[in-house]
Design a protein around this ligand. Structure first.
Ligand code: FAD
Length: 463
């Protein structure tokens, strides 16, 4: 083999696809523990309703993902929900507040008081916080406490995380870099805009669109797996138990069999990688595990009489004390998610701050979710469809010590030629992050170059 890939989730499948594109004839093999590919991606169709038990979609603002869609023909199948047309809400003081999507409209909106807006501008005069501040410490220091509920909603929506634990250097390294280079985030952003205008790239970009497929997100993984030959370059039910270096490259043990290759790609979620890497690392990782946040989905379908406000859905900051982290108005976003004349909501429960709720039985979860949602939305009568979906996947939380762990990984890849470590939680947690780093891994293998980390960039924040 030229390349062994451990893990047949989105990351592993994307590396395989890109290698097939970039290096025809490249001999590769994916070893996947479970009986199916796709990892955390899991779509569930039942009684005319289509629910996601993993990712719901991804934004179309990442060039690597767009290229992947074109290469696979999925660009012809995709469904899009533009952020400019689908507003989102944050639950504040028990009611849903509409969040405009453009920065200018956000500044004008009465989300915070004029005095609090002045405090936000005070950011220009705040010194960069040393060390590894949490998101909450950093936001409060730079912009004041008024923004905290909104920032909480953003990190609840992306990480199901706790802004008092997630660290800025982990979740927004690009913003942190801007702050340190320019002394202020606002000043840094203004400088970037000026630079972009000078170079002629200063056009205001349209807001991105959320993307999925008629059969749900599982279509992305299935399409990528189509070009693999079972038994030849994909082995499912093959759990890797050990990795080691030999004189010619890498040796991997899975289900009593040994496989060898020049390159070894670990396309696993961060804790699964750490479990295998310990045996080959000259120094132990600075932390044994990263915490994970688990969520479950309570999907509810209603018939005539119930309606949803326009938009994607809402998020509830912790201070609201609600049962659900938020809910997606799924039938608003993509067509075909509910039978004609019906609506579908997907409420999210649990997360970093409420793991105890994951242990509740289905009937209790449905009842408590309904009580919570009915206080916010005009849902009449009983649901015609109610299903609890429990994902086995946890979302890696980039908390204290994460930057050191990333440095440890980089050092290990530098010392071990032919080793590429990426996947869920390494350099991000989203679909676009995974496709981006998988593309970089395949390009490095093609170029016979070592593994590398992408320079930290400022990413847009969308609710
Ligand atoms: C509930 C949930 C909701 C999400 N929502 C969104 C969203 O809306 N938008 C978004 O952009 N992202 C979202 N994400 C994140 C997104 O799902 C991930 O970025 C992506 O699926 C990770 O893919 P991966 O291949 O890196 O990892 P995984 O999906 O974890 O795949 C790793 C694969 O490796 C296999 N494996 C593990 N150990 C071994 C072993 N020892 N040997 C062989 N195989 C092994 C696993 O079975 C798995 O198939 C969500 C994630 C979760 C859990």
């Amino acid at each position: 083999m030229d390349t062994l890939i451990i893990g047949g989730g989105l990351s592993g499948l994307t590396v395989a696809h890109k290698l097939q594109q970039l290096c025809p004839g490249h001999q590769l093999l994916i070893l996947e523990k479970s009986a199916r590919t796709g990892g955390a991606i899991a779509s569930h169709a039942e009684n005319g309703f289509m629910v996601e038990n993993g990712p719901h979609g991804f934004l179309d603002n990442c060039s690597e993902s767009q290229e992947l869609l074109q290469e696979t023909g999925l660009d012809q199948e995709r469904l899009t929900a533009p952020l400019s047309r689908f507003v989102r809400y944050v639950c504040i003081k028990g009611s849903l507040l509409c969040i405009p999507q453009s920065p200018a409209k956000i500044i004008m909106a009465p989300l915070i008081s004029p005095l609090e807006k002045l405090r936000v501008l005070g950011e220009l005069f705040k010194k960069p916080l040393p060390g590894e501040p949490t998101v909450a410490q950093w936001v409060e220091h730079r912009f004041g406490p008024a923004l905290l509920p909104y920032v909480d909603a953003v990190f609840t929506g992306t990480y199901a995380g706790d802004l008092n634990r997630l660290v800025m250097d982990g979740v927004m390294p690009g913003v942190r870099r801007l702050e340190k280079t320019h002394g202020s985030v606002i000043r840094g952003l203004l400088a970037k805009m000026k630079e972009a205008r000078k170079s002629g790239k200063g056009k205001i970009k349209e807001l991105p669109a959320m993307t999925s497929f008629p059969g749900g997100m599982v279509r992305l993984a299935d399409r990528l797996a189509e070009s693999l030959q079972a038994g030849q370059n994909l082995l499912t039910g093959s759990s890797v138990s050990a990795i080691r270096r030999n004189e010619s490259g890498w040796e991997v043990e899975a289900g009593g069999e040994k496989h060898t290759a020049n390159n070894l790609v670990m396309a696993l979620s961060i804790n699964e990688s750490l479990a295998l890497l310990r045996s080959i690392a000259p120094t132990p990782p600075p932390q044994q595990n990263v915490p994970e946040a688990r969520i479950l989905t309570v999907a509810l379908g209603f018939g005539a009489g119930s309606s949803l406000p326009p938009g994607f859905g809402y998020l509830a900051p912790e201070q609201e004390g609600r049962f659900c982290l938020g809910a997606l108005f799924s039938s608003n976003m993509f067509s075909g998610r509910a039978p004609q004349g019906h609506i579908l909501l997907e409420a999210l429960v649990g997360g970093r701050r409420h793991p105890e709720r994951l242990d509740l039985d289905d009937a209790t979860l449905i009842r408590q979710t309904l009580d919570d949602l009915r206080a916010l939305l005009p849902l009449k009568g009983e649901p015609v469809f109610a299903r609890v979906l429990r994902s086995n996947w946890g979302i890696p939380q980039l908390e204290a010590g994460y930057p050191a762990l990333l440095n440890w990984r980089d050092q290990l890849m530098e010392e071990q030629p032919g080793l590429f470590i990426h996947g869920f939680g390494w350099e991000g947690i989203g679909i676009n992050d995974m496709i981006k780093s998988a593309t970089r891994v395949a390009e490095s293998i093609r170029d016979n170059a070592g593994a590398s980390r992408e320079e930290a960039k400022v990413k847009g924040v969308y609710f």
